[in-house]
Design a protein around this ligand. Structure first.
Ligand code: ATP
Ligand code: MG
Length: 740
């Protein structure tokens, strides 16, 4: 059978992470024995052909993972919208022997792809009739196979949970708003920040949630009253009265009022200046949102989707309906292409028809939940408790090693709890402070600014209480009349709560509902695919490795980068995938002498063939004997004068930093659910002890009694780790050479 030839193109607006997808398409195709072409300038390149269709090899997509935009260029092509244009496109493909296409773009690009695919047989026979291709050539390509990937910063595509580029855009927006917030607070100013998203409020809504903004206007949910300007002004004034020094209003570019009239940033500015009597500044974020380095998530998403696109394309049969490959509930999934496009258009049509209820109903449940949560956390002050309402005393604490996002979770818990009329207590310095009785009542403004703040304001400690400490903690619970407890933390926090549970027979005070919220950069907690902080740590590692790689220009150097994670290889594997490391060592697999010998050989061959850089990422506990120093010494000695070796131990920069948007969003979401759980338990008069988790897109509360059963105690990690199955793809992408 002839070698399969496929091609990849990027079309429509560019998005960060498209390069990762292109790289994965090219390398997967080569690894699977297919030939692969890149079409420059989107569909225009397909129409024009010639030098715009180029054969790719392994190295032509080297060194692009960290770059924003798309290296093969994108365009909007009017010619491709015409039948004549598509006929030329078909001819160009057939002349190159290509009959499989990966299209990376938005709804428009995917619609175009579908039209092209359906017309293909007719286009081919026309070309034969016109003598532009031979009958034999025409007969050899009866069908065109297509797989779509959605690249768009707007996250406006129905079907997949995330489009390639949306997470990076959220990074840009939150960085900008964090920066604006600090200057706004210094001058007691109000800022209006306009963000992209067209008909989709995703970027506006989630950036508001992530930054603790005061007001947000999105297309799917216009203000439901005519005098919304007054309501907004009142809200901001109340905020000032409550002690806020700054105000941030986030405006989606597609926002409108309930009559469908677009809301412009100057309209909002005028209203606010008039009524607040202070300067109001407008920042239109514009194209910075599209630019810059892709986030770790987008690099990994692009890689996994690019891989799956090629596997799908190579296995597709002509009668198969075209699919979009995307992610749903953290799993790579196939979606029917045209159905997704139609649903995407339905949202836009509903908004145009002012049927906002329908528009909102077409969004995901988490989108709706996020919107409702936001409405509460942005309040200047909580709703007053209902008369006669039972007010529970709920305590919130951090425990274990610090993880970015702990403050975000605590803030959401305090505000959501207070808004429902309950009394929220803050415990300082983890279980240490708990034993010492460091408890105080929180108020609404005490958590102001916490959404975006790294570290732990409440303070945390790694002690797991035993003996006398347990006694002291029981006393603290009694003296403060604590009726429920939320513990935001990692492994030590879980162990501590587990030990409270098992000591209930001795300490009746522990017989209150308790819930653990996973917060650990190690992502090593049972019952959840993600813990808060891991995404931030991953991004910090990726940023550091990008810089390390750049420093090695023009040297022949191998870096051995050591990352954290305890006995979990999550950070190592994921950062390896996001930075293109040639080799990743994780504790789940260990390190053998044979592995390192093989590395030396590949490194030698690679550097001999002209490579300038090698990158090995190892998890801190991959092997206690073959540690980073040992590995470096061995490679240095064996590499002789072919290459030299440098260690880079990243250390605590991985625990620090302000939380990433994803961590802030998850922290808020999980805190809301934990609070709901505790209030529910208190209301029912029961005292279950649980830990929350996010698995396969579902939120679950696991009974703390199952903790021991779900973990491997010796290595402090869950028995099941979903991400291990990604190892094969990660190592395939970054091999120094392909067997031919
Ligand atoms: P985004 O909207 O996220 O920027 P997109 O892919 O939706 O991305 P569009 O400008 O809508 O961007 O489409 C990109 C290109 O896809 C168009 O310039 C055109 O070449 C092609 N295309 C779009 N719609 C069609 C169509 N109905 N028929 C043929 N080609 C189309
Ligand atoms: Mg579009």
């Amino acid at each position: 059978m002839a070698t399969k030839r496929i091609a990849v193109l990027t079309s429509g607006g560019d998005a960060q992470g498209m390069n990762a997808a292109v790289r994965a398409v090219v390398r997967t195709a080569l690894a699977k024995g297919a030939e692969v072409y890149a079409i420059s300038e989107g569909y225009q390149g397909l129409v024009d052909g010639g030098g715009l269709i180029q054969k790719m090899d392994w190295d032509s997509v080297g060194g692009i993972l960290h770059r924003g935009g798309t290296i093969i260029g994108t365009a909007r092509s009017d010619e491709f919208r015409t039948r004549e244009g598509r006929r030329r496109a078909a001819r160009n493909l057939i002349q190159q022997g290509i009959d499989g296409l990966v299209v990376i773009g938005g709804d428009g690009s995917l619609t175009g792809a579908d039209i092209f695919r359906r017309e293909w047989p007719e286009l081919v026979s026309e070309l034969v009739k016109a003598g532009e291709i031979t009958a034999k050539a025409g007969g050899a390509y009866p069908n065109l196979l297509i797989v779509g990937l959605v690249g768009s910063i707007d996250n406006d595509f129905s079907g997949p949970d995330m489009t390639i580029g949306a997470d990076s855009a959220l990074h840009r927006i939150t960085e900008a708003i964090d920066a604006i917030t600090s200057t706004a607070a210094s001058h007691q100013r109000t800022f209006i920040v306009k963000v992209m998203g067209r008909n989709c409020g995703y970027l506006a809504l989630y950036s508001a949630l992530a930054t603790g903004a005061d007001w947000v206007l999105i297309p799917e949910a216009p203000p439901d009253v005519d005098n919304w300007q007054e309501v907004m002004v009142e809200r901001l004034k109340a905020g000032t009265k409550a002690g806020r020094r700054d105000h941030i209003v986030i405006l989606a570019e597609g926002a409108r009022d309930r009559y469908g009239k677009y809301i412009g940033s100057t309209d909002v500015q005028r209203v606010l200046e008039q009524h607040l009597g202070e300067e109001v500044r407008v920042t239109v974020l514009g194209h910075v949102q599209r630019g810059g380095r892709p986030s770790a998530y987008d690099r990994i998403l692009g890689t996994l989707l690019g891989y799956e696109a090629v596997v799908t394309l190579l296995g597709a049969k002509p009668e198969d309906e075209p699919v979009v490959v995307g992610t749903k509930a953290n799993h790579i999934t196939h979606f029917p292409l045209m159905e997704c496009v139609e649903k995407t258009h339905a949202v836009a049509e509903a908004i145009a028809a002012k049927d906002y209820e329908k528009a909102m109903s077409l969004r995901s449940t988490s989108f709706k939940d996020a919107f409702n949560t936001l409405k509460t956390v942005v309040r200047a002050l909580p709703h007053a408790p209902a008369p006669g309402q039972k007010r529970f005393r709920i305590a919130v604490m951090n425990a274990g090693a610090p993880a970015p996002g702990m403050n975000t979770a605590a803030r959401a818990a305090v505000r959501l709890g207070m808004d429902q009329g309950h009394i929220l207590l803050g415990i300082e310095n983890g279980f240490d402070g708990f034993a010492k009785g460091e408890v105080s009542e929180m108020d609404w403004m005490s958590v102001s600014g916490w959404a975006s703040l790294g570290g732990s304001v409440l303070g945390t400690s790694r002690i797991v209480p035993q003996g006398a400490d347990l006694y002291a903690i029981a006393r603290t619970i009694e003296t403060n009349k604590i009726e429920a407890l939320l513990v935001i933390g990692g492994w030590d926090a879980y162990e501590a709560v587990h030990s409270m549970l098992t000591s209930r027979p001795n300490f009746p005070a522990f017989d209150i509902p308790i819930v653990c919220l996973p917060a650990s950069i190690n992502n090593n907690l049972p019952g959840t695919e993600f813990s808060i902080g891991a995404d931030t740590a991953l991004n910090s590692i990726v940023e550091a490795v990008d810089k390390i790689k750049q420093s090695a220009v023009a040297t022949r150097r191998c870096f051995v980068v050591e990352v954290m994670g305890h006995w979990s290889g999550y950070l190592a594997l994921m950062s390896g995938m996001a930075t293109g490391a040639e080799r990743v060592y994780i504790p789940e697999e260990g390190v053998t002498l044979k592995d390192m010998q093989a590395d030396v050989e590949t490194l030698n061959r690679g550097f001999d063939a002209g490579r300038r850089l090698g990158l090995i990422i190892r998890a801190e506990y991959a092997n206690a004997i073959y540690n980073t120093a040992f590995m470096c010494a061995l490679f240095e000695e064996e590499g002789r004068d072919v290459f030299d070796v440098r260690p880079a131990i990243l250390g605590h920069l991985q625990q620090g930093g302000d939380p990433s948007p994803f961590d802030r969003i998850q922290a808020t979401r999980l805190a809301r659910l934990c609070l709901g759980y505790l209030i529910d338990e208190c209301t029912k008069g029961s005292s279950n002890c649980a830990f929350i988790g996010l698995q396969k897109g579902q939120i679950n509360f696991h009974d703390m009694r199952d903790f021991e059963r779900m973990i491997d105690d010796k290595v402090e990690r869950p028995r099941e780790q979903w991400w291990l199955e990604l190892k094969g793809i990660a190592s395939m992408m970054a091999k120094l050479e392909v067997e031919s």
